[in-house]
Design a protein around this ligand. Structure first.
Ligand code: NAD
Length: 299
């Protein structure tokens, strides 16, 4: 049994922490939300009144917070946090590259082992213990964290040194955001051209247009049973989270000099979509933006 300090019990953190508790670990948790702490207690975990209380004596600290600013404010800036000697801190949040580097540097200067371990798989994957973890950090830190990450995830990949997990996450979601826009535009055009969508799906999914956004997560209802498009775009991965990840990719591309023209365009489209009141809808709802554009008048 490992004593774990778990910080951030939101949509992702709560089921992840629950899985660790169910696997027999002692989970001491903290969140700024009283409701989240009450739910954690109902689930059998030990709620704490502060970050320090959750961390004290823990062999491992796991965080699942909204952004880089939160990670630094909570885990790094306070100089008096009682990290136990030999403790490993695993940040699973999706954050920017610069904050991730600051997290690793500041804590390793204090002799604390750190890993960045962002995830893919969403709330369903978190509940099922089936997340994919992309991990950055030392081989030694990875080996220590692996048994815990395997409780919360199905695929745990050591992407490389510190920061490699965040880099992989940002690049992966850049592909997903761009490809979803591409699939949504093509399906919207196919409708305007009068194609039978089932037949077009059968063609594209076995042709060069095949990709995850089409065959596993179709933005058009009625084509892939498990897609959020069949449930009014409820659940799934919110458009605002896709916008967040595309902006992180854009930021990293600017900082590294990498061209990211399509990534930037996809970010702009998601920003417009969120401004149109769709930020909570699954990101595949971007097809509504294409479908809502009025047809050109016949000449
Ligand atoms: P969320 O907003 O549901 O949860 C964040 C939690 O952090 C909240 O409960 C909030 O109260 C808590 N919190 C905020 N400030 C805090 C502080 N100072 N101290 C303690 N707790 C604090 O977000 P989420 O959907 O669980 O996402 C968490 C992270 O996982 C984000 O970085 C997100 O990008 C990433 N992610 C989310 C998904 C998804 O599908 N939701 C998928 C992959 C990755």
């Amino acid at each position: 049994m490992t004593t774990i300090g778990f910080i951030g019990l939101g949509n992702m953190g709560m089921p992840m922490a629950s899985n660790l508790h169910r696997a027999g670990h002692e989970v001491r948790c903290f969140d700024t939300s009283a409701a989240a702490l009450a739910e954690a207690a109902e689930r059998g975990m030990s709620p704490c009144t502060s970050v320090a209380a959750a961390i004290e004596g823990a062999q491992c600290v796991v965080s699942m917070l909204p952004s880089g600013r939160h990670v630094l404010d909570v885990l790094v800036t306070p100089q008096d946090l009682p990290y136990a000697p030999g403790c490993v801190v695993i940040d699973c949040s999706t954050i920017d590259i610069a904050s991730c580097a600051a997290f690793h540097q500041a804590l390793s200067r204090r002799g604390i082992a750190t890993l960045d371990a962002p995830v893919s798989g969403g709330v369903t994957g978190a509940a099922a213990g089936a997340l994919t973890f992309m991990v950055g950090g030392t081989e030694e830190g990875f080996a220590r964290a692996l048994p815990l990450l395997q409780v919360m995830g199905k695929n745990v990949i050591h992407a490389g040194d510190a920061g490699a997990g965040q880099a992989a996450k940002i690049c992966n979601n850049m592909i997903t955001g761009i490809s979803m826009v591409a699939v949504a535009e093509a399906l919207s055009l196919a409708k305007r051209l009068g194609l039978d969508l089932r037949k077009f799906f059968d063609i594209a999914s076995t042709s060069s247009g095949q990709c995850w956004s089409l065959t596993s997560y179709s933005p058009e209802p009625g084509l892939v049973a498990s897609s959020p498009s069949n449930r009014g775009y409820e659940g799934g991965f919110a458009s605002e989270l896709m916008l967040k990840d595309l902006r992180l990719a854009e930021q990293a591309a600017i900082a590294s000099g990498a061209p990211a023209l399509l990534g930037g365009a996809a970010a702009s489209l998601y920003a417009m979509h969120c401004q149109a009141g769709k930020r909570r809808l699954d990101f595949s709802s971007i097809i509504q933006m294409m479908d809502d554009r009025p047809a050109r008048a016949a000449v």
